[in-house]
Design a protein around this ligand. Structure first.
Ligand code: SMG
Ligand code: MG
Length: 367
């Protein structure tokens, strides 16, 4: 049970198509993988931070720095998961960096125990219903075309990225084209202000499942006002960084649904705490995505299999983003994706494929 080294691997992969949100356009992913190497097993984690600090304050090169300087030094040869979590807690924020290391340790320790991450976390489902996140498109025609293809693929829920000026009409067009029964929601990635409440209330007529993160990350209180003026349920993403923030948000009535992303909240252990809190209060949750490759996607599927995940997540198939994934690709079957059931996250990178995307690997001895 001795941890010998931790590897940081940087890689680069192109997306199948540009993904536009209210804060920018992603065309590729600069990836950071953490690999824990120990006696008897190894474990993999994927960092969800983007190249630039636009979705949140974290960015992938910053994560590498904090991992090297502060987080990896929290690991000793005989560390347990809990001892590392306790040591890392001394450092503020840096949730995505912490989550990447935690994920690799979780994969490592659950593999040693011969148990799947899904079982370890308390999963009750063997497959999860999958939604898809649709980027802002250059025209309504292009949007209808893209949505039509995802509907044909079998996705059970469509999420449209919106921003001021590209919100009401795109949603109306999609509703008209695909009917009232389609599960539909929108994500603003913090592009509005509370003064836009009246405008956002115009979305009420489209019977959306939710409006995700309409206001800035820090404006938790603004949502309290917003929820009184908009009938559509408000869901928070960026704002929810810890279980304490989640509890506070629910206590003050800032939202009625939470998007849980392990990377955004510092890892799967914290993600489970938020899940448990929401389950105890009857608050629906769903699993977000950060354009993960197979390593991160596998772990998210394990989380999404917990009982409180009653809404379809952004747990799409690998080919939604990548022509070639670094693991065996995750595929959609009848709108669902199977939860991996092997030890740990249940998948490992395919060495030749991962190597082809890799730009650097460095190993840090643990002693
Ligand atoms: O993995 O399918 C995915 C991404 C889903 O829309 C998605 N993620 O705010 O929820 C969100 C965004 C964050 C990433 S945008 C580059
Ligand atoms: Mg979001």
């Amino acid at each position: 049970m001795t941890i010998r080294s931790i590897e940081i691997r940087r890689a680069h992969i192109e997306l199948v198509a540009p993904f536009q949100t209210s804060f920018g356009v992603e065309t590729d992913r600069h990836l950071l993988y953490v690999r824990v190497v120990g006696d008897g097993a190894e474990g993999w984690g994927e960092c969800v931070a983007m190249t630039d600090p636009l979705y949140s304050s974290e960015y992938v090169d910053g994560c590498e720095d904090v991992l090297r300087r502060y987080l990896i030094p929290c690991v000793t040869p005989d560390s347990t998961l809990q001892s590392v979590l306790d040591s890392m807690a001394a450092f503020r924020g840096n949730y995505m960096a912490k989550a990447a290391l935690e994920a690799a340790l979780l994969d490592y320790f659950t593999r040693l125990d011969g148990v799947s991450l899904a079982t370890y976390l308390g999963a009750t489902q063997t497959r999860v219903a999958s939604g898809v996140s649709v980027g802002i498109q250059p025209s309504i025609d292009a949007l209808l075309d893209v949505v039509g293809r995802y509907v044909a693929d079998g996705y059970v829920r469509i999420k449209l990225k919106i921003e001021p000026g590209r919100d009401i009409e795109p949603v109306r067009a999609v509703r008209n084209a695909f009917g009232d029964d389609m599960l539909l929601q929108v994500d603003a990635n913090a592009a509005y202000r509370v003064e836009d409440a009246e405008h956002l209330a115009r979305l009420d007529e489209f019977n959306l499942l939710l409006i995700e993160q309409p206001l800035p990350e820090e404006d938790l209180v603004g949502n309290v006002d917003l929820v009184k003026r908009v009938r559509t349920p408000i869901c928070l993403d960026e704002s929810i960084t810890t279980v304490e923030v989640a509890r506070g948000a629910l206590d003050i009535g800032a939202c009625s649904i939470i998007n849980i992303k392990p990377g955004r909240v510092g890892g799967y252990v914290e993600a489970k705490k938020i899940h448990d809190l929401c389950l105890s209060r009857g608050v629906p949750v769903w699993c977000g995505g950060m354009l993960e490759t197979g390593i991160g996607r596998a772990a998210n599927l394990a989380l999404a299999a917990l009982p409180g995940f009653t809404l379809p997540g952004d747990t799409s198939a690998s080919k939604r983003y990548f022509t070639t994934d670094v693991t065996t690709p995750f595929e959609l079957r009848d709108g669902y994706i199977d939860v991996p059931n092997g030890p740990g996250i249940g998948v490992t990178p395919i060495p030749a494929v991962l190597d082809a995307f890799t730009s650097s690997v460095s190993s840090i001895a643990i002693d």
